[in-house]
Design a protein around this ligand. Structure first.
Ligand code: GMT
Length: 379
């Protein structure tokens, strides 16, 4: 198949999933065309690293022209035009829009212009449904874009149900969970790195996100302070960057735990640092899936998550980690202590996390679901 993929190319789960899907589809023999405003983050090595080279992946940049009359950039229109151009020239069978706004809307418009049988698949990822799309000004556009797509998928049952309830969508929505490449995300020997990060044998906690308010990173920092006060020797690694990072750093200083926290910024290689870690913390206020938690599980790291959204579909309470109510800092701390003090429990959860990630969410199992969705749309 000839497949066009549009996503947000920046640091974020939906762009990661779209890029990994494209790479995997290309490996399976499809021609994949990324149509985005910048090279997706996980695609940067594809053309220049021998180990990452994939022959049938192509990149088409959405160029933005400016004109004094346009006070606001016309990105959705530029994207539509690029989709039309690429689809006409490359004879696309499918345009797959990841994150509904504005990608699905642009794709639906492109399909109408093309009128040549190209089909649109839209994958709903999270805040496109739970936040942005619910704004009254966007709601009708959102419903229209979903219902006009030839196939719609959501990354969790929670997100599918939210979409049906919030937008009274009459379209069938298939749940295709996020996935991982188990050859990339796997437990690796990180003893040397662990010795560097925790020279006195401290336990290592880790959080990875784009530091938006919804991630509630401060809850994790407050819980970390509690466990240090209980005498646990630990360090907290905070990976990623975003609007809340500055406040989180101030909080760590104010709580007097700066020496025990390490803000590492955006990291492109996560397997080693995850493998060196003992617990992955994801205390989000909302999360449709929690791809970073899945990546941690695939490296054998038990997860401590909140009880919202699709997180319980990934992290099984008492099995692959623990689940606590959103904002319950005391509960986060108590569960961390349970896991860190009981070596047997930790080892059991680590094994269960790895097994669940590799058995349920490996790309070999999930990517064919997308292929089947494309085939259904093409009739
Ligand atoms: O929806 C967002 O907030 C952005 C999006 C992203 O691009 O990172 O995240 C969502 O999609 C990810 C990939 O499907 C999921 O793993 C995240 O849980 C989801 N984020 C939220 O629901 C907050």
């Amino acid at each position: 198949m000839n497949i066009g993929i549009t996503c947000y190319p920046t640091y974020g789960g939906s762009g990661v999933v779209a890029t990994e899907l494209g790479k995997s589809l290309a490996e399976r023999g499809h021609k994949v065309h990324f149509i985005t405003y910048a090279l997706p983050m996980r695609l940067t090595g594809i053309g220049n690293l021998e180990s990452e080279y994939i022959d049938n992946i192509f990149y088409h940049e959405v160029e933005m022209s400016t004109y004094p009359l346009f006070e606001f950039p016309l990105y959705s229109m530029a994207l539509t035009s690029k989709m039309v151009e690429v689809s006409r020239f490359e004879k696309l069978d499918i345009i797959h829009a990841h994150y509904a706004i504005p990608h699905a809307t642009s794709a639906v418009l492109a399909k109408q212009i093309l009128n040549d049988g190209v089909k649109i698949i839209t994958t709903l990822h999270g805040t496109d449904i739970t936040l942005v799309g619910l704004e009254p000004s966007f709601e009708p556009l959102m419903k229209f874009s979903i219902e006009s797509s030839d196939g719609v998928t959501a990354v969790s049952k929670y997100l599918r149900d939210e979409t049906i309830e919030n937008y009274a969508v009459e379209k069938e929505i298939e749940v295709i969970p996020n996935f991982i490449d188990t050859e990339v995300f796997r437990p690796v020997d990180s003893r040397n790195l662990k010795r560097l990060l925790a020279p006195n044998g401290e336990k290592l906690l880790i959080h990875i996100s784009n530091f938006r308010e919804v991630k509630r990173v401060k809850d994790a920092i407050k819980a970390f302070k509690i466990i240090l006060d209980q005498g646990i020797k630990a360090k907290f690694l905070l990976v990623g960057d975003g609007p809340d990072r500055g406040e989180c750093q101030v909080l760590a200083r104010d709580l007097g735990i700066w020496q025990q926290t390490r803000f590492l910024g955006k990291q492109s290689e996560l397997t080693s640092i995850l493998s060196a870690s003992d617990i992955f913390l994801i205390p989000s206020g909302n999360e449709s899936f929690g791809l970073s938690a899945l990546e941690a599980m695939a490296c054998g790291v038990p997860v401590l998550s909140s009880d919202v959204g699709g997180l319980p579909e990934v992290n099984v309470d008492g099995e692959t980690g623990f689940i606590v109510p959103v904002g319950d800092v005391e509960a986060i701390a108590a569960r961390m202590i349970d896991m860190l003090r009981d070596k047997k429990l930790h080892a059991k959860m680590s094994r269960a996390a790895l097994a669940r990630a590799t058995q349920e969410f490996a790309k070999e199992r999930i990517v064919p679901m997308y292929e089947a969705a494309y085939e259904r749309a093409l009739g």
